[in-house]
Design a protein around this ligand. Sequence first.
Ligand code: SF4
Length: 355
Amino acid sequence: MREFGFELRLCARLEAGGVPGLASDDGAGEPGNADAGVVARQLGTSVHAAGGRIVDTVCVLPGPEFETRVALASDAIPLPAIEAEVGVGRFRRVTSVFDDPPERARRLAERGREAGFLELDRQNGQTVVRQTGRYPDWVGGLVGVENKPDLGRPGDLEWQTRHDASLGVLDYAVVATESHVTRAHLNRLPDAVGVWRVNFENEDASTSGADDPVDSPIEVIRKPERLDSAGPGLEVLDSKPGRTDVRPVTADAKARQRLRIAERAFGKGWRTYDLPACTEHESAAEADTETLPFCAYKDRLVDAAAECGPECPGYNPVDDEKAPVTDLDAERERNTAWRADAGGRRRQSGLGRFT
Ligand code: SF4
């Protein structure tokens, strides 16, 4: 299976059934499925190398105030808005709470307002700001999954997993594959990195409350070990035979990056795919999700942004007016705690994009 389709189907499974193979909080008892409070795709995790490491799938495990975050705002809240010395009750001058030049301070405040976290007003000729609600402690953990359906074509897998294990911005790192996993495969990965074997042909697998749930399509081959996400880390910038370039990362920088990742995951989710504007397009289902972009001509899920259009031999454009309306945000609302109208402001970008 191609990585794109594999990734979407796995996201649907994680959202519906949780993250398998994690130790219980106190380290006792059998590991079980942890609730994947938020599932998102394609998020950068590097601290120094912007855009350096893009993790395929990130799950944010719910922390103690997860519900408060859900109620606060539906979009990602920018880190500067969270970190600024803005309280909930009293309005304060924008230029006094952001440690930036006035123009940039106003832009940052505006971004916080657009996200629904800050409220702006004018008082005595000054722009003033306050929070719409206290920022909660909502992140219980970050799980990063690298999707490699075919371990015979590993690409940068060794570098990617070394980066994750060494930096420790995630709490757990996992490789997901359809391949048979050998001892040699495991030996090439850092010990802390878990491995799942995924077989979607376990079609009866149920994560949606059926009366008689059977096996999950995800088999835990090796459980991930908890990474040192609270301490300092080393970011692997480059790795060649005989030489690895690393750069230290402080615990504080990691904490800020973790919050940034969690917020991006919350705002983005995983239904960020385009839908083909082509008569060959059909909606496909996986677990509780029914909107996956399936192509009858290619008989598989397709990445519309990369594959669909006049260059495709099967392309047959749909009449704009007849194009089906697919509300991906509505499906996210049905299947998860997330709300498109959190904080009393309805998010605008709800409808699926047709390419
Ligand atoms: S454009 Fe090609 S790949 Fe896309 S839905 Fe149509 S036939 Fe399938």
